[in-house]
Design a protein around this ligand. Sequence first.
Ligand code: GLC
Ligand code: CA
Length: 541
Amino acid sequence: MSEQNVTNPDQGGEWWRSAVVYQVYPRSFSDLNGDGIGDLAGVVDKLGYLELLGVDAIWLSPVTRSPMADHGYDVSDPRDIDPIFGDLETFDRLIAEAHDRDIRVTMDLVPNHTSDEHEWFTQALAAEPGSPERARYIFQDGRGENGDEPPNNWTSVFGGPAWTRVPATDDEPAQWYLHLFAPQQPDLNWETPEVLEDLQKTMRFWLDRGVDGFRIDVAHGMAKPEGLPDLEEPATVLTHTDDDPRFNRDGVHEIHRAIRAVSDEYPGTANVGEVWVSSPEAFAKYVRSDELHLGFNFALASAAFDADEVRSAITSSMEATSAVGAVPTWTLSNHDVHREVSRYAPAAEEFGLTPGQALAVGAQRARAMALVELALPGTVFIYNGAELGLPNANLPDDSLVDPVWESSGHTDRGRDECRVPIPWEGSEPPFGFSSSSETWLPIPADWATITVEAQLEDIFSTLSLYRQAIELRYARPEFGGDTVEWYGAPEGCIAFRRPGGLVCALNASTEPVPLPPGEVLLVSTPLESGQLPPNAAAWLI
Ligand code: GLC
Ligand code: CA
């Protein structure tokens, strides 16, 4: 084990079994060179903040070379840093300085596809159908007369067809290539051994530089079904079911075993996969002991602010992991979904609220849910800005840059509204994020009251709540044990207890409720006459 891997004695080196991981979306975190886009030097600059917050590790969304058609998830060279973000030297500095502060660094790995500007894809386009160059991707002849129709009816997750036709080569009809995401993200063919070999090379490249693991993009993708059968039902943009032929094929598990074998050469490192499957049984397969260390379970990020939904999200996530002795993970949001403050906000008109009032309720609920997730056993992922209680931003149409906006034919606004840069300080945009007022996405002026600076000074702020919660979670023995025991709770409420003695109560009803017995450790909203108000959670011991 390298010296940098500071081990938590309780976890026998398996720090990832009970960690708080902070997702840095690098474009939006901190811009040090003033081009309006966040960069690695900006992350280095803010490590003190992350230490203060108390996180164990960061997950960096892609910083590798990319033409940025999908903001880094279209990788043209997986073994270099994109100049927008900096260079390898800055990356090495980030690892060294983060490790000095006992913060581990994990990074995104994108194995399902490359950029269309990856040298492999350039070579594939120049080569003939049936060539080894084309075999690295999924090229097929079309259906219909002259092969003018796509090979099957699959749609892209971003909307529109999942196939794009390429120019014809000398004497063969023009083929089509598969892209489950943007046309600039051709899917790799995992049947070709070179694809795995290259990924292993990429893993070693970064592990040798000291990274502590990877977040594996589309970890339920990669394997494709034989014969590429048609979709039986048209798919909806940005979602899919477990039996969708495009994802979650049996063959993916062999790929995960091969990925795990490389990680096992580097003790103390861990991978978390983006696993968008719904059934606990399907999910459990990904986190068997020789596959992923962790899988993102999106049950909680998909649940409404509702006692039954939250309880069943927790139960199903724990059921999935405990079946195979794995660790549950919890997250309320990431760079692909609506921020929890907006997600939990009641529909303003329906409840006779102004949009501002509705968001204030959403913010209270998000604070309550932060206490719920941080009370649970396992590993918690916090998306940058969640600790500030940022809502989705209302962005003007002409500022939208997510490829989903275009490819859905302007029917889905995409994910930009949850990706707006972090407001650090001061009273007007760009709030210290950048020295340029032209940030890659505009920052709302009314975020002046929720900057990091404003919240650090306020002991009742969401940031202060997160800091206290993370500190208690780390320090208190009451957080021990891998299970939760449910208590009886009033209608619309839940309460559970950890074996170590921590009790967490959530009031998702509309009336104040009495607290379970015990000494109050932390509340998301002040108690009202000793009772837990609506939209609030409490920790007791
Ligand atoms: C994952 C990423 C998302 C990206 C997609 C394609 O879902 O989280 O941001 O667009 O994969 O790589
Ligand atoms: Ca920059």
